[in-house]
Design a binder for this molecule. Sequence first.
Ligand code: FES
Length: 245
Amino acid sequence: MKVTIVTANGETVLNAATGSNLLSLLQSNAFFVDADCGGRGTCGKCKVKLLEGNTSAPLDEGGFFNCCKHTVDGDITIDLNDNTAGAFSAATAIAPHRIKARQGYGLAVDIGTTSIAVYLVDLSNGKPLDSAAQLNRQISFGADVISRINASSGDGLTLMQQSVRTQISAMSEELLRKHNIKEFEKTIIAGNNTMLHLYLGKDPSGMGQAQAVIFSSLNENQIYEEARKLILEMLRKEIPKLPPS
Ligand code: FES
């Protein structure tokens, strides 16, 4: 079956198996859909507009339906342009991290459950020069930490890790481009424990239990190793630092 998705960037045609869930299909192909309840059909946020084809999900007067309630059973064309929450206003500044004065620029990243903020920092004085913030696209998997933990089973963990890494890379590359800077000398990534687990691709399910097992408390060398791998994809000079959350 063909699922055609219209966004501001044009049309994308996906081949979908009969019986696929439309929200899952969009998530696994990196389309952002606001889905606070993680696809349980209770939040009403995952509306997309039907342009062509049919849906068994209830249609509202404007021709919108909740994509988590649609099972692919025929060709369909949808418009995603109205399911964008837009840019989030700049988050509060990250508390200054102790750094030695040096020449060059640093990147500070704050992974919030709701929003992600990136800061360009002048390493000579530790002051932020610019920042940007966006809604955390993992919202497609649930609005809160518990929903994300629940969504991390199966492919969810990989998909959420890809989501946050891709988003941070795009946001930081934009800072580099905007300021005509070649690279960051230092990178610091902060977030709550769940966000850091998802960033590292580590199973966060232990944190949903009474005796939480937290990856970051297990082995500092493991964290170092994980961060070392990330440097390869993030093209930073130094290994990103993940301060304790
Ligand atoms: S109603 Fe919440 S994701 Fe669809």
